[in-house]
Design a protein around this ligand. Structure first.
Ligand code: IYR
Length: 329
């Protein structure tokens, strides 16, 4: 796979294609980052962007993980002390998950976001941005219903992180895209260049296939889950024999989360996927790429009842090192 393909595989969106092509021409020493609000333990959402960081490391990039303690605080995630403690624990879980320890720089937001220059640049961005724009950027990030002043400061700080961390590429889930678009528009006003970004897809709710999977509203898979919990959650997952299900009774779009997890979590990390099946049902199936598995599910060759235990077993393998790490913490 060439560098451009590796950088962009499984991305829902890149901004812009030309800028990513330029990075892919000479990726060595380029730097990419993802920021995470420290909270709880790693879950499948963190793991999706981490998979992209692993792709980028393989393509030659240096990686920064921002443990965004100040952002979590602004988003009402708890006391600053608690958030800091959670951040320390997350670092070890990312390494256990597979980020290259020697080539991943972990930075706490509070290490640079409270400096004078940063604060003054932040105020300059505040002058350039309407409250309505900041609020729109936060629509899929903010917690709670009420709009607080902290939520208007939040996306501007996220924009400013990009030049302050000196990164060439900002990575995030699709829910981050409006913040990155705001950053593109507003950073030139303080003589910084508009950032290049890459957004990973959102995985649908496991049980219904509707909306997006979220630890606050539905079932998610986390590093805390025991093998048996993963098996049960996947067993109950929505998995019609198609990658393109019909909308539900209320007309809401649906996805097949089982296939999405195979595509975005399993195939990027395993060269070969084996679905075990008793001899009388045709014996084991082997796949070297996601489209082959999708085609077999759609044709009926692969039954959801066989695909699900295989998915649970690969997910278990992906989270086992992190689970171990948690037990040792
Ligand atoms: N908004 C992210 C957290 C975050 C991301 C980046 I990239 C930053 O520079 C700062 C914060 C979230 O929703 O978790």
């Amino acid at each position: 796979m060439d560098a451009y393909e590796l950088i962009t595989r499984n991305a829902a969106e890149v901004v812009t294609k030309e800028e990513i092509e330029a990075l892919a021409d000479d990726p060595d020493g380029k730097r990419a980052y993802v920021g995470y609000e420290p909270s709880g333990v790693l879950h499948i959402g963190h793991m999706l962007t981490a998979n992209k960081l692993i792709d980028l490391q393989e393509a030659g990039f240096e990686v920064t993980v921002l443990l965004a303690d100040v952002h979590a605080y602004l988003n009402d995630k708890g006391s600053f002390e608690d958030i800091r403690r959670t951040a320390e624990r997350m670092r070890d879980q990312f390494i256990a998950y597979g980020l290259d320890e020697g080539r991943t720089q972990f930075v706490l937001g509070s290490d640079f976001q409270l400096e004078d220059d940063y604060t003054l640049d932040l105020h300059a961005l505040e002058l350039e941005t309407t409250l309505a724009r900041a609020e729109r950027a936060m629509a899929e990030i903010k917690s709670g219903d009420a709009v607080k002043v902290s939520q208007a400061v939040y996306p501007l700080m996220q924009a400013l992180d990009i030049p302050y961390l000196g990164v060439d590429l900002a990575v995030g889930g699709m829910e981050q895209r409006k913040v990155h678009m705001l950053a593109r528009d507003v950073l030139p006003s303080i003589d910084r260049k508009p950032p290049t970004s890459l957004h990973t897809p959102l995985i649908a709710d496991l049980a219904s296939g509707v909306g997006k999977m979220s630890s606050s509203t539905g079932v998610t898979i986390s590093m805390e889950d025991a093998t048996s919990e993963i098996e049960t959650k996947v067993e109950k997952a929505y998995c019609p024999p198609t990658a393109d299900p019909e909308p539900d009774d209320e007309g809401r779009e649906r996805e097949n989360p089982v296939l999405q997890i195979f595509e975005y979590h399993v195939f990027p990390r395993f060269d070969r996927v084996v679905v075990e099946r008793p001899e009388e049902y045709g014996g084991d199936l082997e796949y070297e790429s996601y489209p082959e598995l999708e085609a077999d599910l759609e044709s009926g060759e692969l039954h959801p009842a066989d695909a699900k235990p295989a998915l649970a077993s690969y997910l278990d393998r992906l989270i086992a090192p992190g689970r171990e790490q948690l037990h040792n913490q």
